[in-house]
Design a protein around this ligand. Structure first.
Ligand code: PLP
Length: 388
């Protein structure tokens, strides 16, 4: 195989020259001769050629992700959805069957049921919390199993290794969305999945100012994904790639501080449950969480998202939501600012109250993506919002 056009892990050398990498915006690059032009045009050689094919800032980010994930390489895209749709678009063909977890990001679900179906892919759903159901679904051939963990917004966990093992035994690939728990927290490839995708908009960016996505895995799978990116043009641009490089050295520190604050917030809010000011608090790092043992097996920490159920259903949740002063009322997660959303109004608005209830999503649910303000500040904000 010729050298890949995407980033591959490379060993750390001494820090020589400028410590902040140059940002190279050039869309094209001069070549020394006809043979180089030919080889670059044919995709036989990596390097600076034409920005849609790849560029040094993008490859540097891909190399970091690949090393961090323990992958052969990584392919970066302009958004998380471009990465997920790119992986599926590149590997599936008309007539293939794909199994998509019910408990998956809405954008992935919409892409599968709208676009993959339009292109003749059979999309079947399964519950990632029901391994027996998955085993039955895999009795008929499937090309890819798509799932994620932790599940949004219930924060239930999927046994990643068990799903990967079942899929592999049935001859199916696995595509795992690792957005809610990137490698400082969870290494999905080490747990056995074939491909891991991230919305790098979240923790990798970390400052709510970058839209990006990335897929990591084995060369044999990344080759077609990179070719898809080149053909369809969803390449990550140099500016966001540079910002991702800028965010990288603080990733582990940010995630650790955010996890510590999330755990302390969840522990503090247990008191509010005890006194009836909250119906429930969910956080995988709490021993009370139904999947706490699994969290200890497959994650390093409980993640950076806490959900609470307010008394009074949607009315109670809206009231507390509107009263927040430090936690911003905004979608997304993984950034330095804490954000709150109401799943009944955002990610799960398309479902009826009954359908949400069946998925374990109470109308009074409030999701808090924990940033870096500190647990005391967040706890005080939630408590004042509760009116206590
Ligand atoms: N996957 C998950 C779990 C997400 O939460 C999101 C966005 O919120 C995406 C994928 C899509 O990422 P992006 O918004 O970068 O396209």
């Amino acid at each position: 195989m010729s050298e890949p056009l995407y980033g591959v892990p490379h060993p750390h050398g001494p820090l020589l020259g400028p410590l902040s990498p140059p940002l190279v915006r050039s869309t094209t690059a001069g070549q020394p001769d006809a043979e180089t032009l030919r080889a670059m045009g044919a995709g036989e050689r990596p390097g600076e050629f034409y920005q849609r094919v790849g560029h040094q800032n993008g490859r540097a980010f891909e190399s970091l992700v690949a090393a961090h994930e323990g992958a052969d390489g990584a392919v970066a895209f302009a958004s998380g959805m471009a990465a997920i749709s790119g992986a599926l678009g590149a590997l599936l063909r008309s007539g293939d069957r794909v199994l998509v977890a019910e408990e998956i990001y809405g954008g992935t679900s919409a892409f599968a049921t709208t676009d993959l179906v339009r292109f003749g892919v059979q999309v079947d759903r399964f519950s990632a919390l029901d391994l027996e159901g998955l085993r039955t679904a895999l009795q008929r051939p499937a090309k890819i199993v798509v799932f994620e963990s932790p599940i949004n917004p219930t924060l239930r966990l999927v046994d990643v290794r068990a799903v990967a093992t079942l899929a592999r035994a049935a001859g199916a690939l696995t595509l795992f969305d690792g957005t809610f728990a990137p490698p400082p927290i969870q290494n999905a490839l080490a747990l056995g999945v074939d491909l891991v995708a991230h919305s790098a908009t979240k923790f990798y960016g970390g400052h709510s100012d970058v839209l990006a996505g990335v897929v990591a895995g084995r060369h044999e799978l990344l080759g077609p994904i990179e070719a898809w990116r080149r053909r369809t043009g969803g390449t990550l641009a140099p500016d966001p790639a540079w910002l991702l490089l800028r965010s990288w050295p603080t990733l582990a520190l940010r995630v650790q501080a955010q996890q510590d604050a999330a755990l302390a917030l969840a522990q503090g809010l247990l008191d509010d449950v005890h006194h009836g000011r909250l119906v429930a608090v969910s956080y995988p790092g709490l021993p009370q969480h139904p999947d706490h043992a699994l969290a200890r097996r497959q994650m390093r920490g409980g993640g950076c998202v806490v959900t609470v159920e307010l008394p009074g259903g949607l009315t109670g949740a809206r009231r507390a939501f509107d009263r927040l002063t430090r936690i911003a009322r905004a979608p997304s997660l993984g950034g330095i600012e804490s954000l709150a959303t109401l799943p009944a109004f955002t990610t799960h608005a398309a479902l009826s109250t009954a359908q949400r209830a069946q998925a374990g999503i109470a109308d009074g649910l409030l999701r808090i993506a924990v940033g870096l303000e500190g647990a005391d500040v967040l706890l005080a904000d939630v408590r004042q919002a509760l009116g206590g």
